[in-house]
Design a binder for this molecule. Sequence first.
Ligand code: ZN
Length: 201
Amino acid sequence: MKILCIGRNYREHARELNNPVPEKPVFFMKGSNSLLRNGKPFYYPDFSNDIQYEAELVLRIGRLGKNIAPEFAYSYIDAISLGIDFTARDLQTECKNKGLPWEVAKAFDHAAVLGELKPCGDLSRNIRFQLLLNGTQVQDGHSHDMLFPIPAIIAYLSRFITLRTGDLIYTGTPAGVGPISIGDTLEGFLEGEKVFNLNIK
Ligand code: ZN
């Protein structure tokens, strides 16, 4: 099982990090080592002083696919949830400045929080998701604001990488990303329903 993540998929988020709006999807990967589920806490790692949350709509792949046409993309997804793409922003900034890959900042253990999976329903609807930090809303996303919508993401990724049952796709974060501290609580809501409660230790 692998985790594919889309970067810079919301205009306001690209702007807040002073990144250009991309002409084609930007993606990177995390391994199964990154997955954090079932209400387990996140332990702040010693290699970073600036771990930041990025709340993202997550798609789970339900069947094998390669070179998937956009019009068939929805049929390859069997569940959705909300997740967090934890990012060591200090290490990522160093990588970006040196033109190096991002894995050290993105693919570390437990850097991919996954909430409770939900049935897809009609994936063309405008799916709302929210992240609360210590009870205050910090991110409020809508899937219709994605620069590259779900069918375009599936079509693009599957040109390069075979999608397999159980793979997860993190679809990028809207504006409002920020740092976490030990003692914080993050709560994720998908269409008004709580799908995770995460303690930072
Ligand atoms: Zn992200």
